[in-house]
Structure formats: C-alpha cells, structure tokens
Write a protein that binds this ligand. Structure first.
Ligand code: SF4
Length: 267
C-alpha cells in the first residue's frame, strides 16, 4: 500500500512540479514506496538545474543516505576526478539516481520501486532539459535501453529520442577493476564530443513519460556493433562487475567502508 505526498502525480508523466527544488522537497517527504521506511535521507539530486549534462546513477548508497547527496563516497570522488579532466565540475552538471532512497543492504531496487520513483526522474529530465544524459552502470543504462549491454556500449554516443545518451561504467566498478577504470577515463574524455553531437539535434522535444524507451541510434563516428539479441543478464565477471546484481560474488569480502561507498547497480 503506497501513499502519495501532496502534489504528487497519480500516474507517471502527470507531474506539475515547477522546479527542481520543488521536486526535492517532495522527494524528501515521499512515502510512495517501501524504501522510505529505511532511509536516513532521501537523495533527490544535486547540481545545476539548467545543466546540459544530466548524470544518472542507480540509487543512493550508505554515504549518500547519510548525507542526502549523490555520489559522496569513494566512487563520487572518482567521478569528480574524471569530470575534472574534461574539465567539468559538479556545479556544471546535475547528478541524480533512478531511485531516490537507499534500498536496504544496497540491494537492487525492485521494479515497483523504480516505477514509484519514476515521476521524479521524468520531471527532473523535463525541467533540466539536458542535451546529454550520462548513465552510470548497467541498471541506469537499461532504464533507457532495456536491451543494452554496458560492456559493449560504454562510451558510445547514442541518440535517444532528441537527446544524446552516453552510457558509462559506474565509477565503483572502476574502483574495483583497473581495466574498467581505464575505459571509464577514456570514455569520460569523450563527453565534449557527446555535447557537440547534441548540438546537431535541432529540436529537444521530450519523450512521453509512458513511452517505452526506444533503441538508441548511434551518432558520430563511433558505431556500435550490429544489434544482436541481448539479455539484461551479466555474461561475464567483468560484465557483472560493471553493472550486475549486488549479489554477484565479485563483491567478495567487501568492507563496511566499501559497501558504504558504492551506489547501487554496478557490481
Ligand atoms: S524511492 Fe522514490 S518513490 Fe520510493 S519513497 Fe523514495 S522518493 Fe519516494
């Protein structure tokens, strides 16, 4: 049984929140799914409300839940370092997650939790109107491209409706795997190219909130491999480490600090 906060929509896409701050206020008191009961703080997102780049992770981890801010642990520090190489700072982008409250034990958010939180992300996308959407990790990417495969598509400049979709490995996966960290760094350096490609898209009409996300089209010189039948399951340890279930064995003897540092949906 869920409840709706004042002003919340009854269906995704029917939101009428007028600002990012207003959404944040609603999120902080939201009880629309079971995740509200275990949170210390909801994490609506942080950054510029007029950013050209919207970065979307999966969900808050321990440190994020404690501070109410996205990506504030070790993976956040790596993200900051990578953005600085472009150069970009947090003030120049907006960072949020698919779900705004931390799932217990950092498990994957359940489909009904993602659905309950979807209106907030949809409205954030509408209001910010970013030219480039950067997804971090497999689960965030799959929200836009259910047949996607992060080990294949990371760093590719894709067109999603009238925006650029730029999937990246999750920084936490980079902390675990030097090869992924190297790929992540190389990919982030292509962000300016992704922005340039976005400027070629004349209209920025928004997708209907209920629209099933379509298959992104590659743009620019970097073509993806021919589309093949894909599943959303991780096929290899690297894939799993890049964005698989939290129950994957690669987590191994994770320390409390590491557990707190990571966000969801990337290993
Ligand atoms: S995860 Fe989203 S829908 Fe669920 S309680 Fe938090 S803000 Fe509300």
């Amino acid at each position: 049984m869920t409840t709706s906060p004042p002003g919340s929509p009854s269906t995704p896409g029917s939101t009428d929140w007028s600002s990012i701050d207003e959404i944040a206020g609603v999120v902080r008191t939201c009880t629309n799914c079971r995740l509200h009961s275990g949170r210390t703080n909801a994490v609506p997102g942080d950054g510029s409300p007029v950013a050209s780049i919207l970065i979307i992770g999966e969900g808050p981890g321990f440190n994020e839940d404690q501070q109410g801010l996205p990506f504030v642990g070790r993976s956040g520090k790596l993200l900051d370092e990578l953005l600085a190489e472009v150069p970009l700072s947090r003030k120049g982008v907006f960072i949020t997650n698919v779900v705004k409250c931390r799932p217990p034990d950092n498990r994957d958010p359940l489909p009904d939790e993602v659905a309950a939180c979807r209106p907030y992300l949809e409205r954030q996308m509408e209001l910010i109107n970013p030219k480039v959407i950067v997804t971090l990790g497999r689960h965030s990417y799959l929200r836009f491209y259910p047949d996607g495969k992060i080990s294949r598509d990371h760093g590719k400049i894709l067109r999603w409706n009238d925006r650029i979709l730029f999937p990246l490995y999750h920084p936490a996966a980079g902390l675990r795997n030097p090869a992924i960290k190297r790929d992540l760094r190389e990919d982030v350096l292509r962000l300016p190219e992704a922005l340039r490609e976005s400027l070629k898209i004349k209209s920025a009409t928004l997708p209907e909130a209920d629209e099933v996300p379509g298959r992104p089209e590659p743009v620019g010189v970097h073509q993806p491999t021919a589309p093949q039948a894909q599943t959303s399951q991780a096929n290899s340890p690297e894939e799993a480490n890049a964005g698989g279930s939290l129950s994957e064995p690669v987590i191994g003897n994770e320390t409390t600090e590491e557990k707190g540092d990571r966000q969801l949906g990337f290993f």
